[in-house]
Design a protein around this ligand. Structure first.
Ligand code: FES
Length: 188
């Protein structure tokens, strides 16, 4: 007499977790393994990324990161022209309290030179350190302003004194020569 449970499962339908998984590999060794174990082995074998692949990927990523770190340390990605820009004549002269705009060390680096009331000559990148708006010399208030979010910088050293700018304005080094004012370098 047949088992009643057997009779409730029509032929060809799922018969439970211990059913043999159908597939193209039906060698003798596979047939001898328990069904669940065989299924796990199959999943492991068919996995698109093996342990060796993972290792290879990890080694490649680590190597890339290491190479990038070495390159950055060596200054490979330093901005073009930032180090060896030739001196640039900014103006013939600069009266007290006035400013002049120029670009240095490249044409994409806007900068500003200011003659402070005490006669000191200062130069800065005119790109705000918050969100890169152009800063302006505010002679009336004696400070450098960023109109975008009311950022303010001390004109004597470029340090932010109000608003959201997080860092000082990078300096542009200026030199007064017989024939005018020159930008000769940059520093942070
Ligand atoms: S961009 Fe200058 S304060 Fe925001």
């Amino acid at each position: 007499m047949s088992d009643p449970a057997e009779e409730r499962i029509p032929a060809g339908k799922d018969r439970g977790p211990d059913r043999e998984v159908p597939g193209p590999r039906t060698g003798a060794s596979e047939r001898s393994r328990p069904p669940v174990r065989a299924l796990l082995d199959r999943i492991r074998e068919d996995a698109p990324v093996t342990r060796r692949d993972y290792l290879r990927i990890l080694v490649t990523i680590s190597g890339g990161l290491l190479a990038g770190t070495i390159a950055i340390s060596a200054g490979v990605f330093r901005r073009r022209g930032a180090a060896q820009a030739p001196p640039l004549r900014v103006a013939a002269s600069l009266p007290v309290g006035s400013s002049v705009r120029f670009a240095y060390p490249t044409a994409e680096d806007p900068a500003i030179a200011i003659r402070l009331d005490d006669g000191t000559l200062v130069g800065y990148s005119s790109v705000c350190t918050h969100l890169s708006c152009a800063v302006l010399w505010n002679r009336t208030q004696g400070r450098i302003d960023c109109p975008c979010h009311n950022g303010e910088f001390d004109p004597r050293d470029g340090v932010p004194i109000a608003g959201p700018p997080p860092r000082p304005l990078p300096r542009v080094l200026l030199e007064e020569r017989a024939d005018g004012i020159y930008a000769v370098g940059t520093s942070v």
